[in-house]
Design a protein around this ligand. Sequence first.
Ligand SMILES: Nc1nc2c(c(=O)[nH]1)N[C@H]1C(S)=C(S)[C@@H](COP(=O)(O)OP(=O)(O)OC[C@H]3O[C@@H](n4cnc5c(=O)[nH]c(N)nc54)[C@H](O)[C@@H]3O)O[C@H]1N2
Ligand SMILES: Nc1nc2c(c(=O)[nH]1)N[C@H]1C(S)=C(S)[C@@H](COP(=O)(O)OP(=O)(O)OC[C@H]3O[C@@H](n4cnc5c(=O)[nH]c(N)nc54)[C@H](O)[C@@H]3O)O[C@H]1N2
Ligand code: SF4
Ligand SMILES: [Mo]
Length: 734
Amino acid sequence: MTEGFIRSSKSATREALSFCRQCMGMCGTVVSLDAADRVVSVRGDREDPSTLGYACFKGLNAAEAHNSSVRFLKPMKRMPDGELVPVDREQVLDEIAERIAAIVEADGPEAVAGYRGGGAFFTSSSVMMVPAFLSALGSPKAYSSVTIDQSAKVVALGRIGIWPPGRTPMSRADVYLLVGANPLVSVSANGFDTRNPTKRLRAARERGMKLIVIDPRETETAHFADIHIQPLPGEDCAVLAGLLHLILEAGWQDHSFCDRYADDVAALQRAVASFTPAEVARRADVPEATLREAARLFAHDCHSGPAAGSTGADMAPGGNLAEHLIECLNIVCGRYLREGAEIEHPGVIHARQPIRAEVIPAPRWWEQGAKSRVGGFGQLDGELPSGTLPDEILEPGAGRVRCLISHGGNPASAIPGIEKVEQAFSELDLLVAIEPFPTMTTALADYVLPPTLQYERADLPIWLYESLVSPEPYTRYTPAIASPPEGAEVVDDHVYFSGLAKRLGLSLELLGEPLPVGTPLSTEEILARTASQAPIPFEEIKKAERGIFLPGEKQYVEPGAPDSPHRFSLLPQDVAEELRSVAAMLDQPPLGTEPYRYRMAVRRLRDANNSAGLALPSIKARVPFNPGFMNPEDMAQEGISEGDEIEIASGHGAIRVRAESDPSLRRGVVSVTHGFGALPRAEAKYEDVGVSTNWLTSTSDASRESINAMPWMTGFPVSIERVEGASDAIAVTS
Ligand SMILES: Nc1nc2c(c(=O)[nH]1)N[C@H]1C(S)=C(S)[C@@H](COP(=O)(O)OP(=O)(O)OC[C@H]3O[C@@H](n4cnc5c(=O)[nH]c(N)nc54)[C@H](O)[C@@H]3O)O[C@H]1N2
Ligand SMILES: Nc1nc2c(c(=O)[nH]1)N[C@H]1C(S)=C(S)[C@@H](COP(=O)(O)OP(=O)(O)OC[C@H]3O[C@@H](n4cnc5c(=O)[nH]c(N)nc54)[C@H](O)[C@@H]3O)O[C@H]1N2
Ligand code: SF4
Ligand SMILES: [Mo]
């Protein structure tokens, strides 16, 4: 099978430096190329000044993706018999443009929606194309993976207020508190140094940094922790409110910071009064002593260093409140950069701006501007929540979405409630996917437009979030170093957007400047445009083959306006109500009523990135399907043995998976990785592709957050049952 999958296995004739663009790691790599400039192999660049030689299995496996025989190499069109067939690019763009024009003519521009996924965010020349295209068209229907990920952070800032200098960076932290994050595997966490994460964490530990981890699993990261709180998933609000209770009761807050910038510390203290260590310990099922030790270590023994949350916290019921309480910990303990402090990452691609020590009061962005047609959810960072997209397509009425352009994403897999998503996408008049591989989304698409892959295009590291991926002001440029496979008709993603814009007579804008319509900019020109406000000339960035640390003057936090009346809002009314409802549950047994005696937990796998690459033979050899991880004692209690077929059911649906014992997981939890599986209509076998965990989730009001419509993907109740007389082929049920 492996041989058939790979197009060529020529030997390497030269090496080129570049960086991996499959996750936030942005690892510096050395790529071996054959005489025709095709990728032969990849290794971590030991001389890379940022990522210090690190590269993971996924990154090292890039050659397989490039040369894969299942990769789309030509624009594809779905024929009446349901097959996708290759079609000439100009013809495809003509047809798509014509269909978009007809939809706009009939139903207005808001009938056209766009969705950006990981593949779009990691393509710096094209990441702004969906929003540019939609705003030129006049449609507010922009969606992305961000609102089914950690948009709770945006909600938290929107409700609490913003401190422009940001949190104390990890390099200056005596303590780091991580909630529901496993950066040693995910290479992703806000502010955590993920440039070769294990090495950076070891170095931080050696200089004395303490680590507190809140996670139901004793993860690779928790393994390094001084204190590991191992609660049931979905109980972070109780745990965090409990920590705030202990800290405020002991008076360990940063009094001068609180006095100056927060008026409602006392109100917050009253609101968390019922979260006593005993109550929280019982509800979250953690030792009371561990809570006390964690509060003391974070707020009393240590004086700098932030609390930060990730998907474990943000995807659970109460995810928005959890992020709010994390920010409350940072404010109450003063874990922000102050006037005069050096700013580690003032922006390399982004323009430098003065950064002042003052509060920007809670902006509550979602209260103004466009709203979702169903549910009335507002915008976050200029986007409507993806948790509202299925209804936006299905619900009849003016403004109903009829066309979706999916850019570098797999929304059919990623958006919760798989049956409804499948139904919605199949009811669209037009679904276009800019996507290199067959996915659940391309299985429903009318057209598939194949992009170049990472080493085939010029790029910058994910500049939109540059200070999140690198604590130091570092960036790099890579030219396209490889050629696409023989006969490929792939182009850089933005070419598709400019092609459609031209046909529709639209003028696209990038960073407020119009892009030329007649002759579109090259990728290099777009990147230069992107970096036009950078403090160093683009030519200098380009010259530095292993990237560049911003030279010149350092930047420091400037004083805020002395008479600024602005304060944080620690306890706005909606937060107070959410806290009250969590408090009301404190005395109830956490593992509710029969049959839902377990909780689901999300978890990422080292060898796979969401749904991407799961079909590649070497990844398949490692993770053929997604098991149901359980604590061995729970398995024994339920009479479940290793490899048994089990059915996991939520209020929305059920999946059948193979049980795998995982002693690092606490009791009362089952953990299954998302991204696997096929559409319901495909009736695929679990052993072949795994199963989507989005059978268990939903975008209904009862299973999502307010404000960002974030569907719950972790911490919700499930039942687990061993399937008697299990068949050899595991099927999905609903
Ligand atoms: N139940 C459940 N659902 C979840 C999650 C969960 O934990 N549980 N996680 C959520 C999260 S955090 C996220 S971010 C979303 C993921 O949402 P998405 O980003 O929509 O999904 P991915 O599976 O990451 O899809 C990325 C796509 O980009 C394609 N791609 C790869 N390289 C390139 C390239 O160079 N160019 C282009 N154009 N495309 C490329 C890949 O083939 C893949 O199909 O899923 C969310 N959904
Ligand atoms: N190898 C690999 N890397 C990836 C990805 C991948 O699929 N594979 N996906 C990428 C994407 S899209 C994202 S968004 C990031 C995510 O990056 P992370 O957020 O670091 O994701 P995980 O590694 O799954 O870590 C989440 C942790 O939360 C824990 N958890 C589950 N439920 C709860 C809960 O209710 N409360 C608490 N406190 N913890 C809980 C899980 O046990 C797990 O250890 O990773 C990115 N990097
Ligand atoms: S950690 Fe991320 S960026 Fe680094 S090699 Fe792996 S996939 Fe690529
Ligand atoms: Mo994500």
